[in-house]
Design a protein around this ligand. Structure first.
Ligand SMILES: CC(C)(COP(=O)(O)OP(=O)(O)OC[C@H]1O[C@@H](n2cnc3c(N)ncnc32)[C@H](O)[C@@H]1OP(=O)(O)O)[C@@H](O)C(=O)NCCC(=O)NCCS
Length: 259
């Protein structure tokens, strides 16, 4: 009897040939952007134009948020202790949890579960917020240490509306934002994690992929921080989220070109 084999439907490899979801990698290298390739490997099909634009914006939105997030401090601390780039980036990734980056997954799960209910989103939001407040739990995807309005959320929601992805999950997240702010008497904006959770839910992604969207994007930023730490700083230095200063390029505009 032939031995049972486990199955994978992602990439087929033969001598001199690599096919991702059936497509030749050489052709993909020539014609797909990185974000299109991410969409293909996750969904199994090429993105339509609207999906391609949305995915590109999602992956760019999380690429970096300065020197203060736990993942950046951890990456730099691990490198500062005398470790390699991959160990430093892995150290950064280990900080990604329920409150940092991981909020995408938890928020998407909540939105996907609650949006299934038949009621109007406004009454679903009311019940959802009162349940969390009653249990003294924070709702993932809302609130920010710095931004009163997260510019990434505004752009992602604007694009989602233009590209016809704004659906029940986005509506529900906006209703939760309004309810939460009213209940707490202070504005708790939908942050970028919440926006990615809402938009990817409206794009049909399973909430269990949530953390992945943050990882694809933020690993690029963590590699940049690890390398900067390596080439600019002394080993085992005092490293905090208060004693730093930005000295990169002044604010500038992209050169004119296709939007
Ligand atoms: C992002 C976050 C850590 C910022 O925390 P913070 O700077 O302490 O937030 P604030 O100072 O604005 O919090 C003020 C109050 O609002 C409450 N609050 C903050 N975010 C809340 C949320 N998402 N749901 C419910 N209540 C929340 C806090 O409990 C706090 O109340 P307290 O003073 O009685 O403890 C916090 O909003 C949070 O945990 N959000 C959920 C996780 C998340 O989305 N993370 C991704 C961040 S990009």
């Amino acid at each position: 009897m032939a031995e049972d084999k486990w199955k994978t439907a992602i990439t087929e490899i033969k001598k001199g040939e690599i096919r991702v979801r059936g497509y030749d990698i050489v052709e993909l290298m020539q014609r797909l952007s990185f974000s299109d390739a991410v969409f293909l490997i996750l969904k199994g099909e090429l993105p339509k134009r609207e999906e391609s634009e949305m995915m590109r914006a999602i992956l760019v939105s999380g690429i970096d948020h300065g020197a203060t997030p736990p993942s950046v401090l951890s990456t730099r601390n691990v490198l500062s202790g005398g470790n390699s780039l991959n160990a430093a980036v892995a150290g950064g990734i280990l900080t990604i949890g329920d409150v940092h980056g991981g909020a995408i997954e938890r928020c998407a799960r909540i939105l996907q579960n609650w949006a299934r209910r038949p009621e109007e989103v406004s009454s679903i939001a009311k019940e959802l917020v009162s349940e969390f407040i009653y249990k003294r739990r924070r709702i993932p995807g809302f609130g920010h240490r710095l931004h009163e309005t997260d510019p990434r959320t505004i752009k992602l929601f604007q694009m989602a509306t233009e590209l016809n992805f704004s659906g029940r999950h986005m509506e529900l997240s906006k209703a939760v934002e309004a309810e939460l702010s009213a209940a707490l008497g202070k504005r708790l904006p939908i942050n970028v994690d919440g926006a990615i959770a809402a938009v990817t839910s409206d794009m049909g992604f399973d909430w269990r992929m949530g953390k992945g969207f943050f990882l694809f994007s933020r690993v690029a930023g963590l590699v940049a921080h690890a390398f900067e730490e390596m080439v600019r700083e002394r080993p085992m230095r005092r490293l905090g989220n208060w004693n730093f200063e930005y000295d990169g390029p002044e604010s500038r505009k992209l050169p004119d070109g296709p939007k």
